[in-house]
Design a protein around this ligand. Structure first.
Ligand SMILES: Cc1ncc(COP(=O)(O)O)c(C=O)c1O
Length: 360
């Protein structure tokens, strides 16, 4: 088999080798069934077991209270940008958004056709290189939405934004879900496309409080109402069975590796040493403000676009893939989600040091 290389892709992203190895076996036969995981009916006993295990693991890993539903949807985080305002916002009402990058921009844009939107905070003035320290809520928002980790700009909220009491807090956690402990009870709804920290693309995890399922607009196509999924265990139509299966394996991997506390420790260690090197470097520098830096996506530049390009191409040749930064930031981005091995971060730091000694 071709050797695996260091994959710093922002998503779809690296998955634990143990998970891939188990999934490889299950492609031909799920357990002793003689039928591959992708070939099982979603109504059959074997898949229902997979489904129930995945749901139970979301609940135990995330410590999800009983008054929340765990749903497995399709359409990516991007469909949630629209489903949320369609369900909870209407004309004459306002929803608050904290704007900390391209994904929050897309989220607020999708809400505009549904009702009033208010920017509670924004870090656009400095190309989203920080998390705002102050925010101003609107009079009585129907919900308040934020993006916990800004995949493109390499920033991350260290704690939830302070929203007025009683206002449902909604979070796009696509790029840092289950990378650290989370108090679900602070949220009305949390959503995340799976393809960074949870599994393959094609399945979106939604954790939603029961009262919001109830409150959702009833005048929508059934497939756009949360209650449709909540009332049918996400099986009103055929769910993304393979994605749910892999998500279960990833959650099991998280649990057997110490759960969210251990994930957070490892993520802090990995990002910590990379930022420490970048801080000490005379060639590279991180793009995000120190107090806002993401533990998932580490963005950095040399300050010289040609040198950045040279670095990325040398890195690719040396077996480090996916380091080119997003065009809106430039430079480099190392995405080091839960499953990214610490040894890969060490190898990257060594590679950067060598590059620096040749080009510094
Ligand atoms: C924070 C965040 N939100 C939303 C999205 C969009 O996700 P999807 O492609 O699943 O719609 C992404 C994708 O990278 C993301 O990083």
């Amino acid at each position: 088999m071709t050797a695996r290389i260091w994959n710093f892709s922002a998503g779809p992203a690296v998955l634990p080798v143990e998970v891939l190895t188990e999934a490889r076996e299950a492609l031909l036969s799920l357990g002793e069934t003689g039928i591959g995981i992708m070939e099982h009916s979603h109504r059959g006993k074997a898949f229902l077991k997979v489904y129930n295990e995945a749901e139970a693991l979301v609940r135990s890993v995330g410590n999800v209270p009983d008054n929340y539903k765990v749903l497995f949807l399709q359409g990516g985080a991007s469909l949630q940008f629209s489903m949320i305002p369609m369900n909870f916002l209407s004309s004459g009402k306002t929803a608050d958004y904290d704007i900390t990058g391209s994904w929050s921009e897309k989220a607020i844009k999708a809400a505009e056709p549904c009702g009033g939107v208010h920017k509670a905070s924004s870090s656009k003035d400095r190309n989203y290189c920080y998390i705002p320290k102050t925010r101003k809520a609107s009079e009585s928002p129907v919900y308040s939405h934020f993006t916990s980790n800004n995949t493109i700009f390499g920033t991350q909220w260290k704690a939830e934004p302070d929203v007025p009491a009683g206002v449902p807090l909604i979070c796009d956690a696509s790029s840092d879900i289950f990378s650290r402990p989370i108090d679900v009870s602070k949220y009305g709804l949390i959503y995340a496309g799976a393809q960074k920290n949870l599994g393959p693309s094609g399945v979106t995890l939604v954790i939603i409080r029961d009262d919001l399922v109830e409150a959702g607009c009833k005048d929508l196509p059934v497939m756009l109402q949360y209650r449709t999924y909540a009332e049918n265990e996400s099986m009103y139509n055929t769910p993304p069975t393979f994605g749910i299966y892999v998500m279960g394996l990833v959650l099991n991997w998280i649990q057997t590796n110490g759960g969210l506390t251990a994930m957070a420790e490892r993520n802090e260690r990995k990002a910590g040493k990379l930022y420490a090197y970048l801080e000490s470097s005379k060639l590279f520098k991180p793009t995000a403000d120190a107090d806002s830096r993401s533990l998932m996506n580490v963005t950095f530049v040399t300050g010289n676009e040609e040198l950045d390009a040279q670095f990325c191409s040398a890195a690719t040749k040396a077996g480090f893939d996916g380091l080119k930064g997003h065009r809106s930031v430039g430079g480099m981005r190392a995405s080091i989600y839960n499953a990214f091995p610490e040894a890969g971060v060490d190898a990257l730091i060594e590679f950067c040091k060598n590059f620096e000694s040749q080009h510094g």
